[in-house]
Design a protein around this ligand. Structure first.
Ligand SMILES: Nc1nc2c(ncn2[C@@H]2O[C@H](COP(=O)(O)OP(=O)(O)OP(=O)(O)O)[C@@H](O)[C@H]2O)c(=O)[nH]1
Length: 307
């Protein structure tokens, strides 16, 4: 049970393509959190300027800007530093992160749930925001851009279909049908100016009685800590049996063959990568995936750990 002193921070991430309405939604979320008396911190990751009204922010809100890069790639480490600093110095109840329009949601979750942050930051709640008209016309873009636009929705816990004023009834039906193929069935909200009518309800659905967010569906994370050096062959066997729904693993390991050496271990798209680490880190790994079977993975990892 977490105490006030070590309470994990809630994180909400706004993803969505350029110009979709993320800043507009951010302003609404800030107001909503403030009205509920929550301590808010925001992280803006923009290529351009920071344009949230300073009066809206007020003195009690801490804001950090990560500029000229993307938190899902070049600024990933910077984001980790900012989250550590917020946790230790400002202790907000909630951190609202607005990602750049080109950020990939899995990478952002990866940045927020790395092994040094897993005990400080709850699994981020991902809100996918889209400009409905632009999304409908996504075939006009390159294959990579189209994929990114779809992935930004695919991994969202809720989807905001914004700029409703520009959508016909037929457009709305087409969008609803197209998004209904997402396996975890995220709730869809059609909005004007990112104005979710029942924002209260969106949050209520996601909060359990202890005030912690729970996600039954969509992207999830879990951590596992090894008690000592492990057998590399068993780890490789474990990795070979992983389902495709496992998107990322990151953490620190030691192997029985070389028990004094710590390795930074990363697994992405089925490919493992090991790098010697000079610091002596806790032997914790974080697994990120879609609807992951935590009990099954924990069981398999126990076999690697205790063999
Ligand atoms: N017509 C219309 N315009 C909107 C709506 N919501 C937002 N806009 C406008 O769309 C533009 C982009 O909105 P933002 O909230 O800045 O979008 P963003 O996703 O933060 O944009 P980037 O930071 O560039 O990725 C602004 O000029 C908004 O005023 C809407 O529902 N309808």
């Amino acid at each position: 049970m977490s105490t006030i002193a070590n309470k994990k921070m809630d994180v909400t991430v706004l993803t969505g393509f350029l110009g979709s309405g993320k800043t507009t939604l951010l302003q609404r979320l800030i107001l909503e959190a403030k009205n509920k008396g929550k301590k808010v911190a925001i992280i803006m990751n923009e290529f351009g300027s920071f344009d949230v009204d300073s009066e809206l922010l007020g003195e009690d809100i801490s804001s950090k800007s990560l500029l000229n890069g993307c938190i899902c790639c070049s600024l990933k480490d910077d984001m980790e530093v900012v989250l550590h600093s917020l946790y230790h110095k400002e202790k907000p109840d909630i951190v609202l992160i607005e990602a750049t329009g080109i950020a990939h949601p899995v990478e952002i979750v990866d940045a927020c749930q790395n092994p040094t942050l897993i005990d400080k930051v709850n699994m981020p709640f991902i809100m996918g925001v889209m400009d409905g008209t632009r999304y409908l016309a996504r075939n006009r873009y390159t294959k990579q851009t189209k994929q990114l636009m779809e992935d930004q929705m695919l991994y969202a816990h809720v989807i905001i279909i914004n700029k409703l004023d520009e959508l016909t009834q037929q457009d709305q039906t087409t969008l609803t049908q197209s998004l209904s193929s997402i396996a975890h069935k995220p709730k869809l909200h059609f909005t004007n100016y990112s104005n979710i009518e029942n924002l209260e309800d969106v949050n209520k659905v996601e909060l359990n009685l202890e005030g912690e967010r729970k996600h039954h569906h969509g992207i999830q994370s879990m951590s596992y800590t090894f008690s000592g050096p492990i057998d590399m062959a068993l780890l490789v066997q474990f990795l070979r049996q992983l389902p495709d729904s496992i998107l990322r693993i990151k953490g620190f390991l030691k192997f029985q063959e070389e028990p004094d050496q710590t390795y930074l271990f990363q697994y992405s798209y089925g490919v493992p990568h090991y790098e010697p680490e000079i610091m002596n880190m806790p032997l914790t790994i974080v697994i990120i995936g879609e609807s992951i079977d935590k009990a099954y993975l924990r069981n398999k990892l126990d076999m690697v750990n205790f063999s």
